[in-house]
Design a protein around this ligand. Structure first.
Ligand code: NAP
Ligand code: SF4
Length: 688
């Protein structure tokens, strides 16, 4: 077979002896919430089938417990019944028609379970579950090993090509391996050999049960990123023992869930951990999968080309674009809807007990609802004007074009993206540019027209919009003005003006800065100041800089310098708010802690219950909780006080009797949120 002209390594098949994976793309395990109930298997099937049709070589499902006690939540899914086997048959059959392979992930949560009947090697509570686990008696350890093997056999009977045994991220198997959570003195704890035994027994008993011709992936923690984690040497011995026990492929696990190091958030550079995978791959004969922040075909191809791994796992990127692999194969990387690592609609949903979806792709895990709608041309072609080219406007345009309408986008500035454009100026959010690239490319490919520097005003609306049957008003938001004596002082900036100034070099951060507001935008603005060299250079952090920020040292135990104190910034930033509540209130659960930690370690102050009094040349005067007048010394004051809708045009559209819909920030600025804006835009566009 001829090599792919664009990404020869990505599209080279992988021969495992008894079976062949058609390319090197693995859709990594990602819990969607659809796994938890058998009634959702049909929806799950559509979700996987869309990715399989999109050309992915190997899919790994979300985690299923091998028994009742190992469920992640009280309603979490397990793979223990003949009903599961029957229900999943149609799913695996459907996937196999596309020649993709699919493995079921077996995950016993151990002390990470969110139900009171949780068990672990030792009675040590984790930081992330409210419950203290019961210590597993020896008979339960033994029966749990058999449960893994039985569940794997169930997966085989259900038509799966293999299983992934989740042995990393701090789940049960990892808890047995790690001395931080395993204090046992019986045959399952103590020495390294005894701590490895639970995992090696699972692999060997599973292999004995399922036979040789079944893929057995083991997700092994290559970097624990916690105190008392494993060393490189210990993990290597573990991997060698697992290889001997019958593993077909190793997947790379990075960090315990309780680690206080971001490993998949947007501030993590792309492909940051592939070198770690490479170190292990060199020492073993089993294929390795590289993971974490691989979100473009170029990054994936580079990892394979350098021989760092044999396969690449992308989890969230396949939520963002089910057709990622197919587009890469055709050399259409420009048309890939890139995952921006925001976690807002995927992991934040799962941690909030909601079904996962994707901020940039509302169809993810809702394929049955959206795909027929998107594929169906509207019964009547209409000429639609979209006013404002932020995430809402561009998404409305995209869906309208897919439905066969004629679309013109009017953007008053010289650039696309609205709030996404602003966000992309913040170091660690450079990937937001990819969304803008994708929207622009798709709109132009589908024949839409984008007009730049075309402001629609009350005066010209009648004439400019005369030829359109419908208008989408997606004019977004503007920063809320703060009413305060001294607010007109030139040292006071709106966040928008300040960020743009840092980005184009016209503003340099002062030594003391006060920020009015402590929400998501204030956190972003503080980050852009602290990393102002990156804001100015427009370049993301390198792997070395990121490792340095967080004290990651792969050569040390746990891959972490536990004594490392990052240098404080010489710039003194104070974030203020009037209310009670945490810094960055409103940020997602899975990322807010990392932002807070970064700001705290950089020496940023946070003041609650501030009553703003006045801005003078000395700084910002406030009254504190006790009513005392205080000066926050500052040479620059930035207002990050939320937004108000920019929708003045609505009135003249109404007056002119124009048919129109308002979407996104223009409709509701409160809790301005790209997830809501994009979804709303899709829904409005479908109605036309
Ligand atoms: P926000 O999160 O609602 O925060 C607004 C801040 O302004 C609050 O701290 C509020 O605190 C303050 N404020 C409100 N009215 C004020 C007034 N009249 N005078 C002075 N202060 C006032 O809004 P945002 O920071 O602009 O963010 C907008 C949205 O984008 C949010 O939903 C946010 O979560 C989202 N976002 C998300 C990310 C992300 O990474 N996921 C990043 C940025 C933004 P007090 O009322 O207590 O003073
Ligand atoms: Fe990626 Fe954000 Fe979509 Fe999750 S919600 S898949 S992080 S773009």
């Amino acid at each position: 077979m001829a090599a792919n002209a664009y990404y020869p390594n990505l599209f080279a098949p992988l021969d495992l002896g008894f079976t062949t994976i058609k390319n090197r793309f693995v859709m990594g395990s990602m819990h969607t919430g659809l796994e938890d109930r058998l009634k959702n298997v049909e929806e799950l099937k559509e979700y996987f089938l869309e990715r399989a049709r999109g050309g992915v070589g190997l899919i790994i499902t979300g985690g299923y417990s091998p028994n009742f006690l190992g469920r992640l939540t009280p309603w979490g899914g397990s793979f223990t019944s003949s009903r599961s086997i029957r229900a999943h048959r149609s799913l695996t059959d459907a996937v196999h028609q596309t020649e993709s392979k699919i493995c079921l992930q077996l995950l016993h949560a151990g002390r990470y379970s969110f139900h009171p009947l949780l068990v672990a090697p030792s009675k040590i509570k984790s930081l992330i579950s409210p419950f203290t686990p019961f210590e597993m008696p020896s008979w339960l350890v033994n029966s749990t090993i058999n449960d893994f093997a039985d569940a794997a056999l169930n997966a085989k009977k259900a038509g799966y090509d293999g299983v992934e045994i989740m042995g990393s991220e701090g789940y049960l198997i990892h808890q047995f391996f790690s001395e931080r959570t395993n204090k046992r003195t019986d045959e399952w704890g103590g020495s390294l050999e005894k701590r490895m035994r639970f995992a090696t027994e699972i692999v060997s008993r599973t292999r004995a049960k399922v036979g040789p011709n079944f893929i057995l992936i083991f997700r092994i923690s290559l970097l624990d990123l916690v105190e008392k984690g494993a060393t490189f040497g210990e993990t290597l011995l573990f991997a060698k023992a697992l290889e001997k026990a019958g593993v077909t492929i190793f997947n790379s696990g990075i960090g315990w869930h309780e680690a206080r190091i971001p490993t998949i958030a947007s501030m993590v550079p792309r492909g940051a951990f592939s070198e770690i995978t490479s170190k292990f791959k060199k020492e073993l004969n089993t294929p390795f999968i590289a993971t974490n922040r691989i979100n473009t075909p170029e990054i994936a191809e580079g990892i394979l080309e350098r021989g760092e791994a044999d396969l690449v796992s992308l989890a969230r990127p396949f939520l963002a674009d089910a057709r990622f692999a197919e587009k890469a194969k055709a050399g259409q990387a420009e048309s890939i809807n890139t995952c921006i690592a925001c976690n807002q609609a995927c992991l934040d949903h799962i941690f909030g007990n909601k079904k996962a979806s994707c901020l940039v792709n509302p169809a993810a895990a809702e394929e049955s609802k959206w795909l027929p709608e998107l594929a169906q041309k509207s019964s009547k072609q209409r000429r639609v004007a979209v006013i404002g080219a932020g995430p809402a406007g561009l998404n409305a345009a995209l869906v309208l074009l897919k439905r066969g309408h004629l679309v013109t986008v009017f953007e008053k500035s010289a650039e696309l993206g609205g709030q996404f454009n602003l966000a992309s100026m913040v170091p660690g959010k450079e990937d937001y540019r990819e969304s803008i690239r994708y929207w622009k490319h798709e709109i132009e490919t589908l024949g839409g027209t984008i007009l730049y520097q075309q402001a629609i005003t009350d005066e010209n609306a009648g004439e400019s919009l005369a030829d359109f049957d419908h208008v989408i008003l997606s004019t977004g938001v503007k920063p809320r003005k703060v009413d305060l004596p001294g607010i007109e002082n030139p040292m006071v900036y709106s966040y928008e003006k300040y960020l743009r100034g840092l980005y184009d070099g016209s503003i340099k951060p002062a030594a003391n800065i006060a920020i009015i507001g402590s929400g998501g935008i204030a956190v972003d603005t503080a980050t852009a100041i602290l990393k102002h060299e990156h804001t100015l250079s427009h370049q993301p952090e390198t792997r070395e800089e990121y490792f340095n920020d967080w004290g990651i040292r792969p050569e040390l135990r746990g891959g972490l310098d536990t004594k490392y104190v990052p240098p404080r910034s010489p710039i003194k930033i104070t974030l203020l708010q009037r209310s009670e509540g945490a810094l960055g209130k409103g940020l997602g659960k899975t990322t807010a802690w990392a932002h807070r930690m970064f700001l705290k370690r950089s020496g940023v102050d946070h003041i609650k219950h501030a009553e703003y009094v006045e801005v003078t040349n000395e700084g910002l005067w406030i009254k504190n909780k006790q009513g005392e007048l205080k000066l926050i010394p500052a040479a620059q004051v930035i207002t990050c006080a939320g937004q108000v809708s920019e929708n003045a045009l609505a009135l003249s559209l109404q007056k002119n009797g124009k048919s129109f819909s308002i979407v996104g920030g223009a409709k509701l600025a409160g809790e301005l949120d790209a997830k809501r804006s994009i979804r709303e835009a899709w829904e409005a566009a479908i109605q036309i």
